[in-house]
Design a protein around this ligand. Sequence first.
Ligand code: ZN
Length: 477
Amino acid sequence: MPRTAIGVDIGGTRLRAARVAEDGAILALAKTASSPDPQTVLERIESLIGQVDDPSVEGIGIGVPGRVDFERRIVLSGGYVDLSAVPLAQAIERRFGRPVLIDNDCAMALVAEQACGAVKRARDVVMLTVGTGIGGAILEGGRMLRSRGTAGQLGHLVVVPDGRRCACGRSGCVETESSGTALGRHILEAGLSPHTTVADLFEAERNGDAIAAHVLQAWAAPLRAAIDSLQAVLDPELVVLGGGLGEAAVSALARLAEIPSWYPTRVLAAQLGDDAGVVGAALAALPHNAPKRLVMVNGVPASGKSSVAQGLSALTGWPVFSLDAVKNPFLEEIEGVDRPFNRKLGRASMVAMFALLRDAPAGSSVIMDAWFGFQPREFVLPLLAASGVTAIHEIWCEAAPETVGARYRARAASRLPGHPGPDYAGELEALARRAEPFRAGPLLTVSTESIVDLHAVKAWLDGTLELASRPPRCDAA
Ligand SMILES: [Zn+2]
């Protein structure tokens, strides 16, 4: 059965729920009107989920307008729909018996745009959704930036000191100047009909209407200021504008005078439209969407792989599972270990490392430090398959056979019993001549003859994550 998840998008005017496949395709969709009453919203969401639910559903994701504590699954505040008083995640989880994840609605839209929309393959992205209010979300190195919990409330960047009061308590937030609500106010203040649409404004402006041009300018300029600040702070590859007025905002920004700066921006319109919310919420709720990443640091004994693994761990904060760290306590405890028994311990240690990896939660990144070639490929592959990893990279540590032999001789005296003695150095040199990488994913060869540039290794890992995993495809969204 194909794996699916349900994505729910809670908007100010509409509530939508969809059953979505792993590749982002919408398989079933239900929608109804929203309400300012949180209890009514909860009941309607339950009804929508019931309409699209089926046995293939593995999780439920809900995009909520307002501030969400993602880790604790709590809605902290909201505008038109304020769900902070209802135990949203817990209620849905009890009712449907599937794990429920909640996040800010803009973060959900960004998940979808990154999986299969406007910012595919980009790793550092800022998104703003321009609708009734202005939502925000930030991807940093491919991960949602959360800081203490609610980072990314970009609608509340202050762009007009002493400007209009905002719902957040401050004044002059970009939401008070460049949201859809603010556009309506700019239109009224210019003396235009309250029925004027943004399309009317563009048409009038094209025909030389100065008032329409002024309204568009007054609406877009504060947004430009917010985007310029974001560019300076976060240095994203792209800024993507979504929500009902995202495309219009991109057009209005393009009409502002270009000012050369240290901080050029690339602003794009979102591509998935109304579907982004439900698709992103569903993809976020599918367990595979939190990648479990394995970095195999491979090489023959004395190839310098432990230093590379430790250095990379210090740089990334990812733990190292080292074959020697698992095996050595047994060598210390068990007396009379000979070479065959040492090999047996090595095999068991490999199984133990993969068992730990299997039990690590989704979202983990683990560095494995081992000579993977000491066992047949047929022994390692099933362990790898059962470990639940969704992305595999390999760093192949290489040094001249003579270097490997010299390093081995130098450390042979201090090795634990069971390891072959210094006379093994010759055998090891021969092994180093014929050894091959494991090749289960993207491969980077590093020479340990000189200092390894670990920052470059980290950049390679970031750049090949998509290649190392099975990327979602969005055909129907
Ligand atoms: Zn505000």
